[in-house]
Each structure stands twice: as C-alpha cells, then as structure tokens.
Design a protein around this ligand. Structure first.
Ligand SMILES: Cc1cc2nc3c(=O)[nH]c(=O)nc-3n(C[C@H](O)[C@H](O)[C@H](O)COP(=O)(O)O)c2cc1C
Length: 188
C-alpha cells in the first residue's frame, strides 16, 4: 500500500506566490516516488482555530473534534498520514493565520496519554522576505516543539529566504535538489 502524505499549504498566493513553488515541487516529487498526496490550500477553506471545548479528549482513537467545518476531515487524514508537510510564508515572525488555525486544531490529535501523530514525520517548508532570523527561525522551532510534544519526527526544513519574485525562486535549482534529497531519502 502506498504511503500517505498530507500537505497543509498556508499561503494565500496560490498562483504567483513563493511558497506555492515549494508546495508544487513537494507535491510532484512525492507523487513521483509513488506516495498518495492530499493537499489542502488552507486560505481557501472555511474553518476556525480550536475552540478549546475539550470534547476531543473524550475519545482516544480518533480526532473527535466537534467543529463541523472544512478542517474536520483533514484531522482524520492527518492521523492516517505517514508524512505531514506544513508550508507557509513567514508572516509577522510567525506562520500565516490560516496555518496557525490549522496547527491549533492539532489539539484534537493530542489525547491525554496518546498522540495520533506519534511516529509520523513532519516536514516544514517556509519562505520569507527577510533572512533566517526574521521569523523563519521561530517557525521552525515552533514546529520542532509540536513534534516533540506529539511524538512525531521532525524530518527537515526546506526554506527559501530573501524571496522576491516567483520567477527568481524558480531559478533556485539547489533548493529543489535539496527537497528532492529530503523526499527521496524519506521515500527509501
Ligand atoms: C503580512 C505579511 C507579513 C510578513 N512578515 C514577514 C516577517 O515577519 N519576516 C519575513 O522575513 N518576511 C515577512 N513577510 C514576507 C513574506 O514572508 C514573503 O514575501 C513570502 O515569501 C511570501 O510568500 P507567498 O508568496 O507564498 O505569499 C511578510 C509578508 C506579509 C504579506
């Protein structure tokens, strides 16, 4: 059975943006190595962050979130995935609002003594206008904390700093090669 990857894409700029370049590369490469890939463009979806009702803590074998919105079915996909890819531009020294709301919802995957993302791999992909220390660093450390808490393995980070245009980013062949190595390495 083929392995499953879920890509949570947090950029609002789906056509001429920067992050979408990394997302498209990752999606294509994962497909090439035979993975089943689900991509969710978060900005287009209708969902909110966690309401902290704690209803999800009453079930341990499934997410059990009672918010009836576009992210609900994604939670089940996340708990069935082998690899979770989080992609976002750096916004105000953090991830975008829709990425942040999606990550809030991971709360439903963390039960009292059980984590539904335990043993899964997580790949972070970020783009920024600034350097690595103008928010990118905080995004990476946030994802590492999430993995530590949830017993997931932080696979790697693929970042494009000092981004200008999509055309310029598309010329960064070394970045695509790096992503290829990460994905091929993981696919083995
Ligand atoms: C609202 C907003 C906030 C931003 N904040 C930061 C920031 O804190 N640090 C940084 O390096 N770049 C910041 N940027 C620049 C974006 O991270 C950068 O342009 C990114 O590549 C955009 O990705 P996209 O084309 O996928 O939207 C910000 C851009 C916007 C629109």
């Amino acid at each position: 059975m083929s392995k499953k990857a879920v890509i949570l894409n947090g950029t609002p700029r789906l056509k001429k943006g920067n992050t979408i370049v990394l997302v498209n590369w990752a999606h294509e490469l994962l497909k090439q190595v035979g993975w089943q890939v689900e991509q969710h463009d978060l900005y287009k979806m209708d969902f909110r962050g966690c309401a902290h009702c704690d209803m999800c803590k009453k079930v341990i074998d499934k997410p059990g979130c009672i918010l009836n919105d576009d992210f609900n079915s994604v939670l089940q996909e996340l708990s069935d995935a082998d690899l979770i890819v989080i992609a976002s531009p750096v916004y105000c020294w953090s991830v975008t609002g829709s990425t942040s709301s999606a990550l809030d919802r991971f709360y439903a995957l963390f039960k009292n003594n059980v984590s539904l993302i335990k043993g899964k791999k997580l790949l972070g992909m970020f783009t920024s206008a600034g350097d690595a220390f103008e928010g990118m660093d905080l995004c990476v450390s946030m994802l590492k904390q999430l993995c530590k808490f949830g017993g997931a393995k932080y696979l790697d980070t693929v970042v494009a700093i000092s981004c200008t245009t999509q055309e310029e980013l598309l010329t960064r062949a070394e970045l695509k090669r790096y992503l290829e190595q990460v994905i091929m390495g993981d696919a083995k």
